[in-house]
Design a protein around this ligand. Structure first.
Ligand code: PEP
Length: 252
């Protein structure tokens, strides 16, 4: 039985004050939740103040990005070692806003993924197709390439530190979520692919989140799908009540 996982990606939003307040509201409402794993991923500058708020709760801290190298002359970057030092347990890798918006290549994403898990971080690895790719019936070809270029660099043991997030690019921040049927179709395909490459035991244990315009109204029906093991929430994670309701929905 895979425990549901709800993660909030705050993107480049909040101020120090609003980040702390948002974290406080989440901790108050679901901070001791045991039936669902919950994580929040604030912007880098607010990791430490949010960490203080999360202390003593069951909510995990995540970052939105990481560089593959542990240290060095990489201006503006943050290493896995630094994230661990700031109390992060999770890091988002391969988000489409970085793949497509910032031109991150498969190879760079693979290096980040390998470095993150080697250092002991858990990774939320995002994959997903654009609208054009879906319209061209390329969804599975795109996902296959994204998976092959990333998780194939991991051992089955390292893969236990990874959660996949299916995030169709056309659904991110658009208000148009994948339907539960569309999400289930892809998640089940991803699990089959994992089974072929890592064995069915690994595939059955690995959590696959859905992300893309998840909110308090559509979360329950997405989470009711057998292969949807949680959600990665962007916009709606910035409103405490929305996020809390989504966590409650994950309890089933
Ligand atoms: C995301 O940023 O991962 C995301 C899914 O965003 P949104 O929920 O706003 O679509």
């Amino acid at each position: 039985m895979r425990k549901k996982f709800v993660a909030g990606n705050w993107k480049m939003h909040t101020t120090r004050q609003t980040a702390v307040h948002l974290a406080q509201q989440i901790v108050e409402a679901v901070g001791q939740e045991t039936a669902v794993d919950v994580a929040v991923c604030p912007p880098f500058p607010y990791l430490l103040p949010v960490r203080e708020v999360l202390a003593g709760s069951r909510i995990a801290l995540g970052a939105q990005n990481v560089h593959p190298e542990p240290q060095g002359a990489f201006t503006g970057e943050v290493s896995p070692v630094m994230l661990l030092d700031c109390g992060c347990q999770w890091v988002i890798i391969g988000h489409s806003e970085r793949r497509r918006g910032l031109g991150e290549a498969h190879e760079f994403i693979r290096r980040k993924l390998v470095a993150a898990v080697q250092h002991g971080l858990q990774a939320i690895l995002c994959i997903g197709e654009t609208k054009q790719e879906r319209d061209d019936s390329q969804t599975f070809a795109i996902l296959r390439a994204q998976l092959q270029d990333s998780v194939m660099a991991l051992t089955a043991d390292q893969l236990t530190k990874v959660v996949l997030a299916y995030e169709p690019v056309w659904a991110i921040g658009t208000g148009v979520n994948a339907t539960p049927v569309q999400a289930q179709e892809v998640h089940s395909w991803v699990r089959d692919w994992l089974g072929q490459h890592f064995g069915s035991g690994v595939a059955q244990r690995l959590r696959i989140l859905y992300g893309g315009s998840v909110n308090s109204k559509n979360a329950a029906s997405l989470l009711a799908q057998p292969d949807v093991d949680g959600v990665l929430v962007g916009g709606a994670s910035l409103q405490a009540m929305e996020f809390i309701t989504i966590v409650q929905a994950a309890k089933g």
